[in-house]
Design a protein around this ligand. Structure first.
Ligand code: FCB
Length: 447
């Protein structure tokens, strides 16, 4: 019998939303079913050396075919909400018209979740850009922002009434920087100028999508999801402190300043001289359109030192607790960041923690998965969120990344983030102890 997850009283009421999260490319598999078009991640996976062990989106968790039992799994946990994403290349054809077969998958899924009493939090873009748009320049082409708004318009009309909350983009920082700045993610481009321009077009797409979502599905809430990172320094020099600050500007303010202050942080020019994006009149007004909530994804802290040239270098701290990703476990960073955002942004909307969790090398032994570190990780991070809430940050919900082990981008299937273990050969799902602990907490809350 696994003990319930220890949750601060503040979040133990039914007014706080508990959920689990996934994303289309990471779980669906079936990359060629029912007219799905290739995405930039299919192309990236097929490029030798880009993804660990040559892993691809197939078979994933085969969720496209196993969705019914997966919904039962989600419902069995007793969560309030499920965060999923829609695969753009499944639901729109190359000419921009709807692919009804692909849409039907999401209609059935969303309807069944509703029948099971699970709220639907739906991300429109969790990185699977249709390859045909990449062939025309992808996020470096301003036209992609308009295509994204059109996608939001068509899909929100088609699924109106089935979604509680829409999220336009997941982690534009990753799409912009990992995809275009250092090339670790699809489409694998690497230049700060590309990253800056891609970011602007991503955020513009978000801003243009908001009125489309409002018109298409007026009853649903609208938001965006940003990944944020804590940067501190163990260095003694003023330059080291500045380096840590610059890290947070580069990771957090690059996305949040345009959304809530209407401008890109000036420090980015120091970091990447001559990389300003082309911004047209009216763009910032679109980007700052009000949203109903902000999704925050948090995983770790980095220790920075000055690189002696106005930038920063990552100097991993020795002897600290880390996960299978090598990421430091640092719950305090989440409290610090949330409090910092509240201080910096007067128009900060209510916050949902839309992702938090950790990877470990989990094994099924006698039908059980002992992931004690994950239980502790979750409890400590939730406690940190509760401290931020005590300090006045308006946090409304928390989603664990992830419901189940899945395709962890450039790391393929080797890194396991799930509450539920997946045996990829048999597609057998096994609840890890962390899932049982969450379930026990939620069951006790409902009584
Ligand atoms: C985030 C992604 C999510 C998952 C976690 C571990 O950056 O949004 O898809 O891969 O990291």
């Amino acid at each position: 019998m696994t003990a319930p997850l220890a949750i601060p009283p503040r979040f133990a009421g039914t007014d706080f939303t508990w959920g689990v999260a996934t994303a289309s490319f990471q779980i669906e598999g079936a990359t060629e079913a029912d007219g799905r078009l290739p995405s930039i991640w299919d192309r990236f996976c097929a490029t030798p050396g880009k993804v660990l062990n040559g892993d691809t989106g197939e078979p994933g968790c085969d969720h496209y075919r196993r969705w019914e039992s997966d919904v039962e799994l989600i419902a069995s946990l007793g969560v309030d909400a499920y965060r999923l994403s829609i695969a753009w290349p499944r639901v729109l054809r190359e000419d921009g018209s709807l692919n009804e077969k692909g849409l039907d998958f999401y209609r059935r899924l969303l309807d069944r979740l509703a029948e099971r009493g699970v709220q639907r939090y739906v991300t429109l873009y969790h990185w699977d850009l249709p390859q045909h748009l990449q062939d025309k320049g992808g996020w470096l082409n301003r036209e992609t922002a308009y295509r994204f708004a059109d996608y939001a318009d068509r899909v929100s009309r088609a699924l109106a009434g089935r979604v509680n909350a829409w999220m336009t983009l997941n982690e534009p920082w990753c799409s912009a920087f990992l995809g275009h700045g250092n090339g670790h993610h699809a489409p694998g481009l690497a230049h700060p100028r590309y990253a800056m321009q891609a970011m602007h077009h991503l955020l513009l797409g978000h801003g243009l999508a908001l009125p489309a979502l409002q018109a298409g599905d007026p009853a649903a809430r609208r938001g965006i999801v940003a990944n944020v990172g804590r940067g501190t320094t163990d260095g003694a020099r003023e330059a080291d402190r500045e380096a840590a600050q610059l890290y947070e500007v580069m990771h957090n303010a690059w996305v949040l300043d345009p959304l809530f202050l209407g401008q890109y942080p000036a420090e980015l020019q120091r970091l990447w001289p001559g990389s300003e994006p082309l911004v047209l009149a009216g763009d910032m007004a679109a980007i700052t359109r009000p949203i109903d909530f902000l999704g925050i994804n948090y995983y770790f802290r980095s220790n920075l030192r000055s690189n002696g040239a106005g930038g920063f270098v990552d100097m991993p701290l020795p002897g600290v607790e880390r996960t299978q990703m090598g990421w430091e476990v640092y719950p305090q960073g989440l409290e610090d960041l949330l409090r910092g955002f509240r201080a910096r942004y007067a128009t900060l909307p209510p916050i949902y923690i839309t992702e938090n969790g950790m990877a470990s090398d989990d094994k099924v032994v006698d039908g059980h998965v002992d992931d004690a570190q994950r239980i502790s990780y979750l409890e400590r991070h939730i406690a940190a969120v509760a401290r931020a809430a005590e300090a006045g940050v308006d946090v409304r919900g928390y989603f664990v990344w992830s419901l189940m082990d899945n395709f962890e981008w450039a790391f393929g299937y080797e890194r396991r983030f799930g509450l539920v273990h997946v045996d990829y050969a048999t597609q057998q799902r096994t609840l890890k102890n962390s899932a049982l602990a969450l379930k026990a907490f939620l069951a006790a809350r409902r009584r």
